[in-house]
Design a protein around this ligand. Structure first.
Ligand code: ADP
Ligand code: MG
Length: 715
């Protein structure tokens, strides 16, 4: 049997299970199967006395003798089995079985496979049971435990650690238990291990001290002991991260070798004029980043750079100076923002920087008037507009640049891959524009290496001087009156306040209700006149949203009640209070983004995290951390550690380049760094992986998962 053989031909699988494995777990071939690893291991060498099984225990194994069985029908009516006659299983909804050992009794519950369990679990006979305890009506029981004969040895050999596999409802219902999974693994390994091909060259195994693939696969499924499991795991994690980094870096290397970028040799007069007129000194970080960008644009290679900088770190300035470099070399630049409000805000901010340069700029959004549009289109085509700021409207077909040399994208995760590539195609001379992506979402290092592994990154890790820290505190419902009093005082000082409500897809209806109730309460506490409260949420028409947002941005409304739509980028320097309702429901990165909406002016600012009464330990920790630090990277790292990458703000839309099957971006940062450095060293010596030593690697990188269309993020 080959690795590529369809899973259905594996003994014990068949077409039906194969179909399910494919649908539910994406397992199609024998190779896929053996690469589907246990997500945890249990020690089945020990028996737990029934009396000492704790309700919160993980998987436990115990021995029990069947005492009595009961069959239950609709509405929990007991179905008595008439003497001798077999019960009518079609009426049975559930079976409970009481088993006992010397220490006590335990209830087992079966909803499915009742006939089988009934026939097997005869009173008086003893078995090994294995499962995870649950609590029902205050009592511990086991739902669908695994049942083993007392004599049955651990499947798969000598070890006592047994793999537990991720499964789904459908698979379990189809009888694909852990035990069945183990049987299939055993069969699959038996088929393919003898002819297994290594994926890593011998020199890699040697230099990195890794075990070979055959050892790794055997021990990841059926560990000989915990040391072997550790070696197996390390090898597989390294392999996964190394190949991924190799593919990312290879793309980057090849691109950086190609001389297909637009060379921009000089900075030009506009840059100088703007620079000289700046009302402040650039921070060291801004200077460094501008230098990096400058080098890229000069190099003759296409720039693909990610610019990370916390909210308020001064990315706009960097964007403008980069655009002026393009202008200084006779090229146009565009800045694309995800929303109308943000595009307008950018445009306004940029005007003051541009005025000393005498360059023409324009704003193009969905609401631009036809006549204005026509003029802008003309200006872009004849090259008289040097810098255009806009929304998705920039992507429309009739927008054509004379010479687009630089595309700057703010908050890139809001843009899809196709939209981006559309923008690149607007260039006239066939050479792709330089690309600068800006994000205010601090991305933990391990994520950045993976999501943006093929980009160069610059980080503005220093705030402009004079920014005051935002005073952050948490409060419970009991403090609401005091909160309103405080907001009133701030308004009396001429400031404004945000009040933000969570809006989560799964609880959308309730969340909107809370938002509405909250709004009513705020209006009651701050009646019109003299107060004015605006409200912004996703169900409003774009016009309503804009109207309300503008009222707040322009200072006509004192309070803005909103869902987290205001999260990204909105700048209201006069706002000094950010109240976050049900703060425990937000992730750290999101809380941090929200907090970044205040503290942008010269006034002292406050962020108040309103929390419910019963906080989980983890929520409490999040809230405490928010109060303790304003460092976005620290918060993002912690968020990653606590919630895993899937939940991280900004990563959902951008999508993982490849889903990892064993390594974790939250936990395996060290292996990742090592794998990346090593991949880089390998490519340094052999950028095209042409040497015979590297044939295995080249072969791996040909696999589909490394060659998906939307894989390379930028161009
Ligand atoms: P963000 O990175 O969030 O886009 P901005 O570019 O909007 O940040 O900058 C935030 C504020 O800081 C703006 O009002 C800007 O004028 C100001 N600013 C930017 N750079 C500096 C600097 N070096 N010194 C002082 N103020 C600065
Ligand atoms: Mg900004």
């Amino acid at each position: 049997m080959q690795q590529e053989t369809d899973i259905q031909y594996l003994p014990g699988v068949g077409p039906k299970r194969a179909e399910l494995l494919k649908k539910e777990l994406g397992i199609e071939s024998v190779a896929d199967l053996v690469r589907f690893y246990p997500f945890r291991y249990v020690d089945r060498s020990t028996l737990t006395p029934i009396a000492s099984i704790a309700s919160d225990a993980a998987y436990v194994q115990f021995r029990g003798q069947v005492q009595r069985r009961k069959l239950w029908g609709q509405g929990s009516q007991e179905i008595a089995s008439l003497d001798g006659a077999p019960p009518r299983f079609s009426l049975v909804k559930r079976m409970t079985v009481i088993v006992a050992d010397a220490s006590g009794e335990m209830e087992l519950v079966f909803f499915k496979g009742v006939r089988w369990a009934y026939e097997k679990l005869r009173p008086g006979e003893a078995f090994l049971f294995f499962g995870k305890p649950q609590v029902f009506n205050g009592r511990i029981n086991f739902v669908h435990p695994e049942v083993d004969e007392l004599s049955q040895a651990n499947y798969g050999g000598t070890g006592t650690l047994t793999g537990v596999y991720n499964s789904t409802e459908k698979l379990r219902n189809a009888g694909v238990t852990d035990k069945v999974m183990q049987k299939m693994m055993h069969a699959a390994l038996g088929e393919i291990l003898p002819t297994l091909r290594e994926t890593l060259p011998a020199y890699v195994l040697k230099e990195k001290g890794l075990c070979d693939l055959s050892f790794a696969l055997r021990n990841i499924h059926f560990p000989k002991d915990s040391a072997s499991l550790e070696r197996a795991r390390y090898r597989l994690k390294f392999e996964e991260l190394f190949l991924l980094q190799l593919s990312l870096l290879k793309a980057k290397y090849l691109r950086s070798r190609a001389e297909n970028g637009i060379p921009m040799p000089s900075v030009g007069p506009a840059f100088k004029a703007c620079y000289d007129a700046l009302p402040y000194q650039l921070t060291g970080a801004q200077k460094r980043v501008i230098k990096e960008i400058r080098e890229d644009m000069r190099s003759g290679r296409q720039m693909n750079r990610l610019l990370q900088g916390d909210v308020g770190s001064g990315k706009t300035m960097v964007a403008v100076l980069s655009a002026l470099i393009a202008a200084g070399n006779g090229y146009q630049a565009c800045i694309m923002a995800p929303t109308e409000v943000l595009a307008q805000q950018h445009y306004r901010n940029i005007q003051k920087y541009l005025s000393p340069t005498g360059l023409r700029s324009a704003l193009l959004t969905g609401t631009s008037k036809t006549a204005e549009r026509r003029e802008i289109h003309a200006g872009l085509e004849d090259g008289s507009i040097s810098l255009i700021v806009g929304t998705h409207a920039l992507l429309e077909d009739n927008v054509i640049f004379r010479k687009l040399g630089l595309a700057i994208i703010d908050e890139q995760h809001r843009f899809g891959v196709e939209q981006r590539s559309k923008l690149w195609s607007k260039t006239s001379d066939g050479r792709p524009p330089h690309v600068l992506v800006m994000t205010a979402t601090p991305i933990p290092r391990t994520l950045a290496m993976t999501f943006y592994g093929d980009l160069d990154t610059s980080v503005i890790d220093e705030m402009p001087p004079g920014r005051k820290p935002v005073v952050t505190m948490s409060a419970g419902e009991g403090k609401r009156a005091a909160l309103y009093k405080f907001i009133g005082e701030q308004i009396a000082l001429g400031r404004q306040a945000f009040i933000v409500y969570p809006l989560i897809f799964e609880s959308e209806k309730m969340d909107y209700k809370n938002l509405e109730l909250g709004f009513e309460e705020v209006v009651k506490a701050f009646p019109f006149p003299p107060y004015k409260t605006a409200i912004v949420h996703g169900k409003q028409t774009p016009e309503d949203k804009d109207f309300n947002m503008k009222a707040f941005v322009e200072g006509r409304a004192n309070i803005l009640v909103a869902t987290s739509v205001i999260e990204v980028g909105v700048d209201v320097p006069n706002a000094s209070v950010m109240v976050i309702e049900s703060a425990e429901r937000f992730g750290l990165s999101q809380l941090h983004q929200l907090r970044g909406r205040v503290g942008r002016g010269s006034e002292k600012s406050y962020c108040i995290l309103m929390t419910g009464q019963k906080l989980s330990k983890e929520s409490r920790k999040r809230i405490e951390l928010m109060c303790a630090t304003e460092n976005g990277f620290e918060l993002a790292e912690e968020d990653l550690r606590m919630r895993g990458p899937g939940d991280l703000e900004g990563t959902q839309q951008s999508g993982m380049p490849i889903s990892l099957s064993i390594a974790s971006l939250a936990k395996d940062g060290l292996i990742l760094s090592d794998a990346r450095a090593y991949a880089s060293a390998v490519l340094e010596k052999d950028p095209y992986l042409q040497e015979s030593d590297n044939a295995l690697l080249l072969n791996e990188l040909r696999k589909e998962k490394y060659n998906q269309k939307d894989y390379s993020k930028i161009s």
